[in-house]
Design a protein around this ligand. Structure first.
Ligand code: PLP
Length: 500
């Protein structure tokens, strides 16, 4: 039976928050029964009731003023077909919940993510649970986001405390968690200043603007941006212009002009960077592109070339940064110091945040009004990030990432090498390069059936493994065992057989 009730531990310093309260999973598909929500347990309930009452008054006044036929555009909500008790669901009810959610999703959600095969309901440690009571070892970690696993108690505590203190102010005012986070990022990196955003793509949009402004401030505006083959920098128009995959870019043309792609890890290619280049964007380890570590010589050559021609060097560490490679920042592996680093995914361990770290040289060019965001750097997300960064910025923690990475790569090599697959990666950003995308899809399907979640990368021909950074030796071994079963079950021709 599933345990749907989670105790959120809350520290004693915040009297407005109950010592513990139950977060109960809604047990039906598309609607939450407000009558069934017990507000008496929580101060949030009081706030919610006040807001609901105010809202009801406003709506009733508004409704009186609206002509009767103005509701015509509204569609009837489908009745909730299954409504089980909050804590126990039968197999039929679980299947019903899954069907309800999937059906409603098909009707109401834009299809940009395609069909999803799992309805996730809750997580604990490095395991994710679905609406049918299945448990998965989570080596996808919300696409390299859940660096502390799911619902890590200290993180939950930090978020709950801040949620009962101050959640949002906008950037019209300072808030202590934001400044504390900036201080920590500056103290632990090359950077002198920080700008906060809400996601990886936004951090890169910020970096594009800051790089452009840097050259404007020098009195010599430069437009041209350089990125690399197989790069992924995001989906908004600027970051998308720096993203390699044609499939992502072509339908949205015209994108930002003046973005060029050079071959990754090609020292000779850096000669194409000249005095017209504003900034060079590069991932020190490519994630989505296929888990490809950048060569030290290549990244050092980029630094020298950027210095020679006056271009800024931007390291996109949205995926590979903040401990994933076994060092807090990926640039530490190669001893190359960039002008800007962009961060996002793991920074708040599951809440949305992005950050642009920069040297004073760049920051000096930024003036009030040049850039901004309503939500970015809010107290709630920054409190989550402060807790997360305190955990990540720790030698023993990072050493464990490194050790688990080695264990994973060694174990994987022993099972996939006979199939002609290559294992590559750094720390806990690892890929298995397979002979075809079909094999990857098949292995991914069998692994899921057997309780393991994994991602793909590259041209779909790479299995990407990005577990939480708290993954244990036992969990690494469990992943390897499930993948072994999957590789054994999928009909992969041995290279010798293929060659004969
Ligand atoms: C290296 C890199 N940069 C940028 C992004 C975009 O981040 P987000 O999805 O948070 O916008 C990603 C996302 O996968 C990424 O891996």
């Amino acid at each position: 039976m599933l345990n749907f009730v989670q105790q959120l531990p809350v520290g004693p310093a915040q009297p407005t928050i109950p010592q513990s309260y139950a977060v109960t999973r809604p047990t039906h598909g598309s609607r939450i029964d407000l009558d069934a929500v017990d507000n008496s347990q929580s101060p949030f309930g009081t706030v919610a009731m006040t807001m609901l009452t105010a809202f009801a008054f406003a709506v009733s006044g508004y409704a009186k003023r609206r002509p009767r036929h103005s509701n015509a555009h509204r569609k009837k909500l489908r009745p909730v077909a299954c409504r089980a008790s909050a804590e126990v669901m039968t197999k039929t009810e679980e299947a019903c919940l899954t069907d309800e959610v999937m059906k409603s999703a098909q009707e109401c959600l834009v299809n940009n993510y395609g069909q999803r095969s799992i309805v996730a309901t809750h997580g604990s440690g490095n395991y994710l649970f679905d609406s049918e009571g299945r448990q998965y070892l989570d080596f996808a970690a919300g696409i390299a986001v859940n660096c502390l696993g799911h619902c890590e108690p200290g993180w939950v505590d930090a978020v709950a405390k801040q949620a009962g203190t101050l959640v949002h102010t906008s950037n019209m005012f300072l808030n202590p968690p934001q400044v504390q986070l900036a201080e920590h990022l500056v103290a632990s990196s090359f950077a002198d200043k920080v700008f906060f955003a809400n996601s990886g793509t936004e951090a890169n949009e910020g970096a594009i603007k800051f790089a452009r402004k840097f050259h404007v401030a020098q009195g010599q505006p430069r437009e041209r941006l350089v990125a690399f083959e197989n790069s992924f920098h995001g989906r908004t128009m600027g970051a998308l212009s720096l993203t390699w995959k044609e499939k992502y870019r072509t339908p949205f043309a015209p994108l930002m002009p003046s973005a060029d792609f050079l071959p990754y890890n090609d020292v000779n290619a850096v000669a194409a960077i000249d005095e017209t280049v504003c900034a060079v964007f590069v991932e020190p380890v490519q994630g989505e592109g296929g888990c490809i570590p950048g060569d030290s010589a290549f990244l050092a050559a980029l630094r020298s070339r950027c210095d020679a021609v006056g271009a800024l060097l931007v390291f996109d560490e949205v995926q590979c940064g903040l401990g994933r490679t076994g060092k807090l920042f990926a640039y530490e592996h190669v001893g190359v110091v960039p002008d800007i680093v962009t961060l996002a995914k793991p920074l708040a361990a599951g809440l949305p945040i992005g950050a642009c770290l920069m040297s004073d040289k760049v920051a000096k060019a930024i003036e009030p009004g040049d850039h901004g965001s309503t939500f970015a750097g809010g107290p709630l997300v920054c409190a989550a990030a402060n807790y997360t960064l305190d955990r990540l910025d720790n030698e023993a923690f990072l050493a464990n990432v490194d050790a688990m990475g080695h264990r994973l790569r060694e174990g994987l090599r022993s099972i996939v090498t006979p199939y002609g697959c290559e294992v590559r990666g750094v720390g806990l950003l690892n890929g298995i390069v397979c002979p075809s995308a079909q094999i990857v899809t098949a292995v991914q399907g069998v692994a899921r059936e057997n309780g393991l979640l994994i991602l793909t990368a590259g041209a779909g021909d790479v299995i990407r493994l990005v577990p939480s950074l708290t993954v244990t030796a036992g969990e690494v071994d469990e992943c390897i065992a499930i993948l072994k079963q999957a590789f054994d079950r999928v009909d992969i021709p041995y290279p010798s057989v293929v060659g004969s």
